[in-house]
Design a protein around this ligand. Structure first.
Ligand code: ZN
Length: 170
């Protein structure tokens, strides 16, 4: 019982910290400027902004089981705390989509920016992917960066939706 309570408190603390971190780096204007310059990516960028604000799409949320203090991924079986982060950063079932996204980033961004991102903690890498807050990107590079991460995360979510649909039907 005590152990459970401690775990619950830790989870709350973690969640708060996570939200704070995202909030301090949250500049949605940056995202809307990207969509103003590239109207065709509006839908995927909107998905990114939602995620940045903590709104995981219902189709993705249904791919995890809520165990009160943590979630279990229906697709890979892992325990997790942050649903969006699990599928974007860790889930083994979305490796292919994740690798494709990273390859595209590697091909389109300056090597210095990629080094900067790779030297961050996992938590901060996730925040950078959502926010585009990577220092010294030109406007054009920022557009490319957010277009790639928004598209990559959208594809990851589509994969999760499809895999979950197969699971539910089995
Ligand atoms: Zn998983």
């Amino acid at each position: 019982m005590v152990k459970e309570q401690i775990h619950q408190i830790q989870t709350e603390v973690w969640k708060e910290k996570h939200l704070q971190k995202i909030h301090t780096s949250l500049k949605p204007l940056q995202h809307w400027s990207v969509t103003r310059r590239n109207p065709c990516v509006r839908e995927i960028i909107a998905n990114l902004v939602n995620l940045l604000c903590g709104n995981v799409p219902a189709l993705v949320l249904s791919a995890v089981i809520d165990n009160d203090t943590e979630y279990v991924c229906r697709v890979c079986g892992e325990y997790l705390l942050d649903v969006g982060k699990h599928f974007v950063m860790n889930c083994s079932a979305t490796n292919l989509e994740r690798n494709t996204m990273w390859d595209k980033l590697m091909d389109s961004l300056p090597i210095q920016s990629m080094c900067y991102i790779h030297n961050l903690e996992e938590e901060d890498i996730y925040t950078v992917l959502l926010s585009g807050n990577c220092p010294s990107l030109t406007t054009e590079e920022l557009d490319r960066f957010l277009t790639i991460t928004a598209g990559g995360i959208f594809n990851i979510f589509l994969k999760v939706r499809d895999l979950n649909a197969i699971q539910v039907n089995e």
